[in-house]
Ligand binder design. Structure first.
Ligand code: PXP
Length: 238
């Protein structure tokens, strides 16, 4: 399982003062040195954290893989086509939300998502869609030629009782198997942390996880190197 680090909230902290520190690009490059497999950023329409300068610099400097999360809207698709990330991940976006709250409803927005995928594919950018672990959503993603899905793991992360944790893991496992069978690459993310990753590793069909908050928060206490390496140790079992 590969581990990609989302650095959005380094930019949130920077923007709180409207100045230049802490710099998400520096953080991303340090994390690459410590072994992450890729960097993820979400360029939101309201630019609340990551901005165009960050994305363009990351494009120049990231040597692993850049995954650009984005809404399926023309303004951001134009930027993606220009900077050419290794992966574009389509996510739902609402101004009022604190963070992405769930997967895209591909079935209800099929024309918009299809045309976003077509435009990104014209620029040879592989596309992932962030969705719930739901067979119908996966089938819709295949129908419109997505290359990957990213399974929303928020409900698993929020589950408290053993029974709920087991149920959510099963939903994800079934969805991941289904997606793999149909030829999709399978990523996952949201709310994954140093504890819940341990059980999550049992789902062998997941190719890659995208983790942000837990690692960024821990880095404040133990430093970037230790926070990144601890997560890598869990994910790679060493
Ligand atoms: N994947 C997607 C699509 C997201 O929107 C986010 C949150 O920005 C993440 C993964 C990472 O979630 P977290 O910050 O909770 O690890």
């Amino acid at each position: 399982m590969r581990f990609c680090l989302n650095v959005d909230h380094i930019a949130t902290l920077r923007n709180a003062r409207g100045e230049v520190q802490p710099d998400p690009v520096t953080f991303a490059l340090m994390a690459e040195q410590y072994g992450v497999d890729g960097i993820v950023v979400h360029l939101r329409e309201d630019r609340r954290h990551i901005n165009e300068r960050d994305v363009r610099l990351l494009r120049e400097l990231v040597t692993t893989k850049l995954d650009l999360e984005m809404a399926a809207v023309n303004e951001i698709i134009d930027i993606a086509c220009d900077i050419q990330p290794e992966l574009a991940t389509l996510v739902p976006e609402r101004r009022q939300e604190l963070t992405t709250e769930g997967g895209i409803n591909v079935i209800d927005n099929i024309d918009q998502i299809r045309s976003a995928i077509e435009r990104l594919h014209e620029s040879e950018i592989p596309v992932s869609i962030f969705i719930e672990p739901d067979i119908n959503q996966i089938d819709a993603a295949v129908e419109i030629n997505a290359d990957f899905i990213e399974i929303h793991t928020g409900n698993y992360a929020n589950a408290v009782s053993e029974e709920d944790i087991f149920e959510e893991l099963e939903r994800i496992r079934i969805a991941a198997k289904h997606a793999k069978k149909l030829g999709l690459g399978v990523n996952a993310g949201h709310g994954l942390d140093y504890n819940n990753m341990k059980e999550f590793l049992a789902i062998e069909e997941i190719d890659e996880v995208s983790i942000g908050h837990a690692v960024l928060a821990r880095s404040m206490f133990v430093g970037v190197e230790q926070a990144v390496k601890e997560m890598i140790k869990i994910i790679r079992h060493r």
